[in-house]
Write a protein that binds this ligand. Structure first.
Ligand code: APR
Length: 178
């Protein structure tokens, strides 16, 4: 059974999924944006566990528990900083999604929610990042048989529209193909 891909306009810290993905920085010591929101909602034990992880390379991902969050786990990943698109940003971003899904698959998780990794402070244009996100998730799904639901958690209506267009467009294509 293939996973359902959905786009939602929500605060990711409220989602009761098996894992939410955090757009962290390489120190894993917290920050602003979604990183700050996740640490605030999870409570201090999250930082305590992060301190044991020894940081995270851009494109890689590391697992912690969710603590006070409704999500069971947090998968921390570090996206690329946008430098115009000619410094390998798309490859690093795709790796964030692939590595996060690999961790979810190893734990046989059924549901995961991603924020728009790198599209805030790190400056990655949302349309470009969303295309990488949807494509890398779709191509990684065959290796994640346990996954039933992948949520692209948008923090604004415009972002939601971009993801919905990408997800509907792809279904449209599949329909035509069939
Ligand atoms: N729920 C869902 N999405 C959110 C939330 C939230 N509570 N808060 C912010 N976002 C969205 C932003 O609107 C943006 O679309 O998450 C996306 C990622 O933005 P950032 O959080 O700024 O992350 P990023 O661009 O990857 O920059 C990472 O910012 O917070 C620091 O420590 C972090 O240094 C790292 C850098």
């Amino acid at each position: 059974m293939t996973a359902l891909l959905r786009a939602l306009h929500a605060d990711i810290t409220t989602l009761a999924v098996d894992a939410i993905v955090n757009a962290a920085n390489s120190s894993l010591l917290g920050g602003g944006g979604v990183d700050g929101a996740i640490h605030r909602a999870a409570g201090p034990e999250l930082l305590e566990e992060c301190l044991t992880l020894g940081g995270c390379e851009p494109g890689d991902a590391k697992l912690t528990k969710g603590y006070r969050l409704p999500a069971r786990y947090v998968i921390h990943t570090v996206g690329p900083v946008w430098h115009g698109g000619a410094s390998g940003e798309a490859g690093i971003l795709a790796s964030c999604y692939r590595r996060s899904l690999a961790i979810a698959s190893k734990l046989e998780l059924e549901s995961i929610a991603f924020p728009g990794i790198s599209t805030g402070v790190y400056g990655y244009p949302v349309e470009l990042a969303a295309a990488v996100a949807v494509e890398s998730v779709r191509s990684a799904l065959p290796e994640c048989p346990s996954l039933r639901e992948v949520i692209f958690c948008c923090f604004s209506q415009p972002d939601l529209k971009i993801y919905q267009r990408l997800l509907n467009d792809r279904i449209g294509k599949d329909e035509k193909w069939r």
